[in-house]
Design a protein around this ligand. Structure first.
Ligand code: PLP
Length: 430
């Protein structure tokens, strides 16, 4: 599958994944890191996110086992954002009708993209409890039960979610490393945010299995494989319970939850430690990456990188890795800024940013005001609330939590495939 776009693609579906691993050299230098910092830029996937592969795999597997029939089935998902866009894109190419139910709080950009792809979009009240009839889940179930051919694939319990990363995303990372000119082509640490947990669970399982295989092969050849066990670091926003702490509001989209999704395997040996991040550090990092590396990443990418820096600065293992020249630190950057262009946290650092010295100089030369017209703030609405209600959250300032100390409320997602999408807390978006 690791074809990396040779020749002509039969359709957009072949442009799912195959994303580049990019050296974040300037960022690493600024941070005084000796290690090799590598970002897997998922915004290059055809639908713009890490979710395209799982959407394709969930659809193709459901087709293979006869649950999904082209021309007959209607894909309904009580979710939004990136999984919705992936499903809608594949539905567009394959000719499925697609209905996305999503809470009001989801961005206009996501709704516009979904509609452009031909999906029907039904907004639901954000405050509705996940198990109420008015919630996006309740509405999706109602539609599934009433529409002939209606089917909910459910990323939170669907095994094809982590499997897409096990078989595809991990192989892509390996391909990038083995075809690189790096002296060491192994992964020392892998960092990813967790929403459903499909990305980090699939990747860490693949990494563990791969390392075991390498050890076994070396033993069989009578050699000693001296490679250190790779560290897997999960990033979780303050306000989510996945990495410990209490439920609270936060703005970063796509990561964090108030229950443990079925597809997330949060314990050792899968995940070694959890790093908590807050909105401010995530959004500041987005602007930094865009400005220094030219990578137009989204909010959860900022969180993943902010978490990486915390791990490399504060964790004893991370500190050692930070100083090792041949240590490859792979960070998953799940989507791009396209989804967040109208968000105040993005505009604050772009259209609303104070003019530079060069801008002053230009204004002087041209003898006119060159301030962007839309930089005028409306009624102070650009103030975002950072974890406002989470005053008592133990992990408020963020930090590192080793998995031995994480207490998760296991089984809260229950057996209903839709429960997992039941974000009653109004925090992260999926
Ligand atoms: C922007 C963004 N980042 C990160 C994630 C987390 O990925 P996963 O659900 O595989 O944990 C998601 C999931 O929707 C997302 O949309």
């Amino acid at each position: 599958m690791t074809n990396h776009w040779h020749g002509i693609l039969p359709s957009a579906l072949s442009a799912v994944g195959q994303t580049p691993l990019v050296a974040l050299t300037r960022l690493a230098q600024q941070e005084g890191l000796q290690c090799t910092l590598l970002g897997k830029a998922e915004c290059f996937s055809v639908g713009g996110s890490v979710k395209d592969r799982i959407a394709r795999r969930m659809i193709e597997r459901a087709e293979a086992d006869g649950r999904l029939v082209p021309g007959e089935s209607v894909i309904i998902e009580p979710t939004s954002g990136n999984t919705g866009i992936g499903l809608a894109l594949i539905s567009a190419v394959k000719g499925y009708r697609c209905i996305i139910t999503l809470p009001d709080k989801m961005s206009r950009e996501k709704e516009a993209t979904l509609r452009a792809l031909g999906a029907e979009v039904i907004r639901t009240p954000t405050a509705a409890a996940w198990d109420s009839e008015e919630s996006h889940i309740g509405v999706a179930k109602k539609l599934r039960d009433a529409i002939p051919g209606g089917i909910i694939l459910d990323q939170y319990s669907n095994e094809n979610n982590p499997l897409a990363h096990y078989y595809e995303t991990y192989e892509e990372i390996k391909h990038s490393l083995t075809t690189s000119d790096l002296a060491n082509k192994r992964i020392a640490a892998l960092v990813a945010g967790a929403g459903t947990g499909g990305t980090i669970t699939g990747l860490s399982r693949a990494l563990r299995d791969d390392q075991e295989r390498q050890h076994r092969d070396a033993q069989e050849d009578g050699e000693v494989d001296g490679t250190q066990r790779a560290v897997v670091v999960a990033v979780d926003p303050v306000g989510s319970i996945l990495g410990g702490g209490e439920v609270g509001p936060y703005q970063v989209e796509g990561i964090g939850y108030d229950f443990v999704p079925k597809v997330l395997d949060p314990e050792k040996p899968n995940i070694d430690c959890w790093v908590k991040t807050n909105d401010d550090e995530a959004f500041a990092m987005v602007h930094r990456v865009i400005r220094t590396e030219g990578l137009l990443v989204g909010g959860s990418s900022g969180a993943a990188l902010a978490g990486t820096m915390k791990f490399l600065r504060e964790d004893p293992v991370g500190k050692k890795l930070a100083q090792q020249k041949d240590a490859n630190i792979v960070v998953i950057l799940p989507d791009g800024i396209r989804n967040y262009i109208s968000k105040e946290w993005f505009l604050d650092g772009s259209l609303h940013a104070p003019p530079s010295n060069l801008a002053h100089e230009i204004a002087h030369i041209l003898n006119r005001d060159i301030t962007p017209a839309s930089s005028v703030k409306q009624n102070g609405s650009n103030h975002h609330h950072v974890n406002g209600a989470a005053g008592k959250v133990a992990h408020e300032q963020g930090g590192i939590v080793h998995v031995d100390h994480v207490k998760v409320r296991e089984g809260e997602s229950g057996g209903d495939p839709c429960v997992a999408a039941g974000e009653s807390r109004g925090a992260g978006e999926k």
